[in-house]
Write a protein that binds this ligand. Structure first.
Ligand code: DC
Length: 227
């Protein structure tokens, strides 16, 4: 069997529900390993932002997919987590609760997922890739060398988000955050296409009682054992 150059590049997938710490862990792992990082959720958030700005209904599958296919985006590299859309820095816009809920709506549309598939695979560049999302291990990179499924209880995720927002001076009710998290979990796991679920060969890590550095150690050790 022959492999293309791209197929030789190792991929670590980190999937799981919103707020389980995927973004934080994925960035830190990518930094430690010196690998690239794909924030696939940002692509869905940007697609929803583009649709809102173009006054397209979020459930208009073909129109939203047409936008997704030509998204003009740029990501910061390394520790720079800024995101640019058509030359404008939009990191703040896409990180709101509303943008997350919008993303979850457009992400349920099969043509949108198709339009973003190759773009996500293009992130697989030497020396390796850490891919963060919902379907990285099941659909986008089924050949990944290590697949992690990161979870935490809905209450713990709401609590973490609450602390982040309060620290930023944003006043929210924890009950509202918990309700949003449950609604998004339900939509992401019950959709027909690429629903949120662990790949059969994924390692599940429940972070409810773990610190960031404990999770980081678990993930890095798995990668070192497998590469
Ligand atoms: O990871 P996130 O919170 O930035 O993702 C926002 C939404 O995008 C999430 O609710 C579901 C969707 N998403 C997806 O369907 N598939 C992915 N690989 C990543 C995100």
């Amino acid at each position: 069997m022959t492999f293309s150059r791209e197929e030789l590049v190792p991929v670590l997938t980190i999937d799981g529900p919103g707020g389980a710490g995927k973004g934080t862990i994925s960035r830190l792992v990518a930094e430690q390993l010196g690998w690239h990082y794909l924030d696939s959720g940002a692509l869905y958030r940007l697609t929803a932002l583009a649709a809102r700005r173009a006054s397209i209904e979020l459930d208009d599958a073909n129109a939203v997919a047409a936008l997704a296919a030509v998204l003009d985006i740029r990501f910061g590299t390394g520790t720079d987590d800024s995101v640019w859309f058509q030359g404008e820095e939009v990191s703040g816009f896409i990180r709101t609760e509303q943008a997350g809920a919008d993303a979850s709506i457009v992400a349920a549309l099969p043509p949108v997922r198709d339009a973003l598939l190759q773009r996500q695979r293009d992130f697989r560049q030497p020396p390796g890739l850490v891919a963060d999302g919902r379907d990285m291990g099941t659909v986008v990179f089924p050949q990944a060398v290590v697949k992690i499924f990161l979870t935490a209880s809905a209450e713990e995720r709401a609590d973490r988000r609450y602390k982040q927002l309060i620290a930023k001076g944003i006043d929210v009710k924890i009950g509202d955050l918990l309700a949003d998290i449950r609604a998004r979990d339900a939509r992401d796991s019950q959709r027909a296409v690429a629903p949120l679920r662990p790949a059969d060969d994924a390692i599940s890590v429940d972070t409810t009682q773990l610190s960031i550095s404990q999770v980081l150690d678990i993930v890095i050790n798995k990668v070192r054992e497998s590469t």
